[in-house]
Ligand binder design. Structure first.
Ligand code: HEC
Length: 155
């Protein structure tokens, strides 16, 4: 199980282009006070999200979810990801990744969203976000303003 997580992290790191500048956007402070999603457990080991995660949405992002995934400028959505203990998925493992999407109309190459990845400690993981983030969100959910989750995740 730990091996799977490590393999994934290595995959993500190796996909990042060597010349790509690390995203410098700091992780927004106080996001733990935002609206928190239901607990989401992914037991498919092939999934990038294998483990347990929670989505946090700020008030603007909540407006966007309520409007059927039409997000106003400035909306911020964060996912905190935890490892999963194979013998007991009821308990969160250790935090191993945090990701952010922030609606920013200057980010034309990534659909008007800024994407950023962080370590568990909140340091930038320096990924090429076009290749490692936007490609998947674009392919799967362009028609939902590039956001997979929906208002049903916040019930
Ligand atoms: C292989 C596909 C894939 C890649 C690559 C990917 N994501 Fe996602 N992302 C998803 C899925 C699926 C969800 C929905 C999880 C859920 O519904 O609980 C998601 C959810 C999110 C969310 C919460 C908003 C939403 O869309 O539901 C954010 C923020 C996010 N991802 C950021 C990132 C960032 C930053 C990266 C790059 C470091 C990234 N993602 C890479 C598939 C991907």
């Amino acid at each position: 199980m730990i091996k799977t997580v490590l393999t994934l992290s290595c995959l993500i790191i190796s996909l990042a282009g060597p010349t790509q500048a690390a995203s410098q956007s700091p992780l927004p402070k106080g996001y733990s006070g935002w609206k928190k999603s239901v607990r989401k457990v992914v037991t498919d080991k092939k999934s990038l999200f294998y483990g347990i995660h929670y989505i946090y949405a700020d008030p603007k992002a909540m407006q966007g979810y309520r409007a059927g995934n039409r997000f106003p400028e400035g909306s911020r959505i964060i996912v905190e990801h935890f490892t999963i203990k194979a013998d007991n998925p009821a308990v969160d493992g250790s935090k191993n990744m945090v990701v952010l999407m922030q609606k920013d109309k200057r980010q034309q190459a990534t659909g008007g969203w800024l994407y950023a990845g962080y370590t568990a400690q909140g340091r930038s993981s320096g990924l090429d976000t076009v290749q490692n983030c936007f490609s998947c969100h674009q392919k799967e959910v362009a028609s939902r303003d590039y956001v997979f989750s929906g208002i049903q995740d916040f019930k």
